[in-house]
Design a protein around this ligand. Structure first.
Ligand code: FRU
Length: 486
């Protein structure tokens, strides 16, 4: 048996050992999903960055691969993306055997330490054997730096309409868009965001992609921008903008900041290039820079979110970027072991024993929830989620959920999620619990919270409490055990 350390997730991606942060180079090719990631092979805390690598046929089970990219004379290898150069625009491969090209940030640590501002540049590398071995381009860096301190995280995609490559690159407080015919020569074509969105911290890890609004033929472009700090519940988080893109410029009339996840542990998430069926599949890093280095795991540190499908859905008259676990996750769910209906009268509580430790999916549907969910165990840990329908607010409290004192910032205050547009009809509440994480999806991913937790023992009970004066009806309650993926 392997990967059985305490807190080791069993159906989420983790590195075999040592430190991991952002997902990088998400690309689908030859029947495989590639996941590269920010990796430091010498320690469980952040250090000189490499790109780790793993592959999967189905985004459920992963196979670890050797490290893909190592630091070189230009610097450490920070976050970036990967493309398949099908037209062989770069000349690195052929049309029959296209190259996989990685586009990443070089971080020159000595330059940074000597007080320079131009220590981040953009480089490329290519692989002709499906990501196993890599050659750095001799003309690196392909984008230099004339003095922008935070200048990184290139996301590149092929724009079939314009027949060129588009790169999103963040520059401190804004986004830059660059174009290239061949991945080597780049030209800056526009900027976005100095006056848009949240600016509590540096902009990081951009992504941009088109999505059809469900049930229509209308297409919108969605821009993801991670920021650190400045997330609504503290530390790092990911905002999104819905707008239009004409090949050079992104525009939006969105005025308020919107967030893909209101929990504290979903950061630096980006989406797959070339996923089958035009699906838009997102993976985030399940941590927060506020305390990422301090979480109480020993051999490895941190996990990715489950892969989630992104869609644009109109709900109560407003467009939402919805994110929800992939359908094929059914493949790692064991049979349903409990399935029933609960009717709770005014202020009634119902305690449901949990059978499957911390490796389960819990779901039910409920109409107009005015309720509390308490997870508890014999060790006295208690995690509570209050859904306050009247004030359209969900509060998540992990202050006593288990180990919390490894960092002052972990327990924090109450996490709040405004659910103003939650429909009146019955909605699904779905929770994925995996040893050290809880992902909460309300109404099919309209409202989402992802949080790390470190209970002293597995939670053994879930108590549901009706906080309203009316009867509360909970339908289709189930707790299902999840299979381990390793
Ligand atoms: C985001 C980030 C990126 C950077 C990388 C370094 O978490 O700060 O902006 O490229 O991590 O590991």
């Amino acid at each position: 048996d392997y990967y059985t350390e305490s807190y080791r997730p069993q159906f989420h991606f983790t590195p075999e050992e040592k430190w991991m942060n952002d997902p990088n180079g998400l690309v689908y090719s030859n029947g495989k999903y590639h996941l590269f990631y920010q990796y430091y092979p010498d320690s469980t805390v952040w250090g000189p960055m490499h790109w780790g690598h793993a592959i999967s046929k189905d985004l459920l089970e992963w196979e670890h691969k050797p490290i893909a990219l190592f630091p070189d004379k230009h610097g450490l290898i920070f976050s970036g993306s990967a493309v398949i150069d099908k037209e062989n625009t770069s000349g690195f491969g052929t049309k029959e055997k296209p190259a996989m090209v990685a586009i990443f940030t070089y971080h020159d640590m000595e330059g940074e330490q000597s007080g320079k501002k131009n220590f981040q540049t953009q480089g490329i590398a290519y692989s002709l054997d499906d990501g196993d071995s890599w050659t750095k381009y001799e003309g690196n860096p392909v984008i230099g730096n004339d003095g922008i301190k935070d200048f990184r995280d290139p996301k590149v995609f092929w724009n079939a309409k314009e027949q060129n490559w588009t790169m999103l690159l963040v520059a401190g407080d804004h986004l830059q868009i660059w174009n290239s015919p061949d991945l080597k020569e780049w030209k800056k074509v526009s900027e976005f965001g100095k006056e848009k969105g949240a600016h509590g911290g540096v902009w990081e890890c951009p992504d941009l992609f088109p999505l059809k609004i469900e049930g229509t033929d209308e297409e919108k472009w969605v821009l993801l921008i991670s920021i650190n700090p400045g997330a609504p519940n503290g530390g790092s988080g990911t905002q999104y903008f819905i707008g239009d893109f004409d090949g050079t410029t992104f525009t939006t009339d969105q005025t308020e900041s919107r967030w893909i996840d209101l929990g504290r542990d979903n950061y630096a998430g980006v989406t797959y290039n070339d996923a089958p069926n035009n699906d838009r599949i997102f993976i985030g890093w399940m941590s927060n820079w506020d305390y990422a280095r301090d979480t109480p795991t020993e051999k490895w540190r941190s996990a990715m979110t489950v892969p989630r499908k992104l869609t644009l859905r109109k709900i109560e008259g407003e467009l939402f970027l919805v994110n929800y676990p992939l359908d094929n996750m059914k493949g790692i769910v064991y049979e349903t072991f409990s399935d029933s209906q609960f009717e709770l009268t005014k202020n009634q509580k119902e305690m449901i024993p949990l059978k499957y430790g911390n490796q389960s999916e819990i779901r039910f549907t409920v109409k107009n929830p005015e309720m509390t969910l308490y997870f508890s165990n014999e060790a006295g840990d208690n995690l509570d989620i209050v859904i306050d329908r009247k004030n359209k607010m969900l509060t998540f409290n992990r202050g006593k959920s288990g180990k919390v004192d490894f960092s002052e910032k972990f327990a924090g205050g109450l996490q709040k999620m405004d659910m103003s547009n939650l429909p009146e009809e019955p909605v699904e509440v779905k929770i994925l619990l995996d040893h050290s994480s809880m992902e909460l999806f309300i109404n099919g991913g309209q409202y989402v919270m992802t949080n790390q937790i470190f209970p002293n023992e597995f939670y053994t009970a879930l108590t549901l409490e009706n906080n309203s004066n009316d009867e509360l009806i909970i339908n289709d309650f189930s707790e299902r055990e999840m299979k381990r993926i390793w």
